[in-house]
Design a protein around this ligand. Structure first.
Ligand SMILES: [Zn+2]
Length: 179
């Protein structure tokens, strides 16, 4: 089983795995994975980022979709998630998706224009997010490889109830390849 499959395994499978590996994990839908890959490929000149939409399943975070939140000041290696535009994007999405009340904010994402994993700044931001949320939140970094086609998805997850300000769980990596 490769890593990509393991973070996308279905719910029944996940129950079994949880019994032996009770570690929270981030699961990413094909739709969200494709959107993260596309954003990373489009981020060579300026990083992109935004909000993760999904739900929690026990202590896992399931990412169904992503929202882009524009940052007009983004540079090649900087992206700042702005509170006002982020809230606006989230509200607009939730209005459209009202039929599915289970969906909501589950974390944040941004791109890296080169194959770099989450930085110390990213880990710090993750701890801040974890302190603000009573529920697990995820941070996904979509890092573009040097071929400018393949993208590594680095997922961090918090578990605030047990460890208030620490990032827990595996640092999982899935690869999105250009088809
Ligand atoms: Zn970063």
């Amino acid at each position: 089983m490769n890593i990509e499959t393991s973070i996308e395994r279905d719910v029944n499978d996940a129950e079994d795995v949880r019994a032996t590996h009770p570690v929270p994990e981030v699961r990413i839908s094909a739709q969200a994975r494709d959107a993260l890959g596309a954003a990373a490929r489009a981020s060579l000149r300026a990083e992109r980022g935004g909000i993760l939409i999904g739900y929690r399943e026990t202590h896992d975070v399931v990412v169904e979709d992503i929202l882009q939140v524009p940052d007009s000041t983004a540079g090649r290696t900087t992206y700042l998630r702005r509170e006002g535009p982020a809230q606006h994007a989230l509200d607009a999405y939730l209005d459209r998706a009202r039929a599915d009340d289970a969906l909501g904010y589950v974390g944040e994402w941004h791109t890296h224009p080169r194959p770099a994993p989450p930085s110390p700044v990213d880990h710090h931001a993750m701890r801040t997010m974890a302190r603000r949320s009573r529920q697990p939140v995820a941070l996904i970094v979509a890092a573009l490889r040097d071929d400018h086609r393949s993208v590594d998805l680095h997922a961090l997850i918090s578990e605030p109830r047990r460890l208030r300000d620490r990032v827990t769980g595996r640092h999982t990596v899935a690869v999105v390849s250009m088809e």
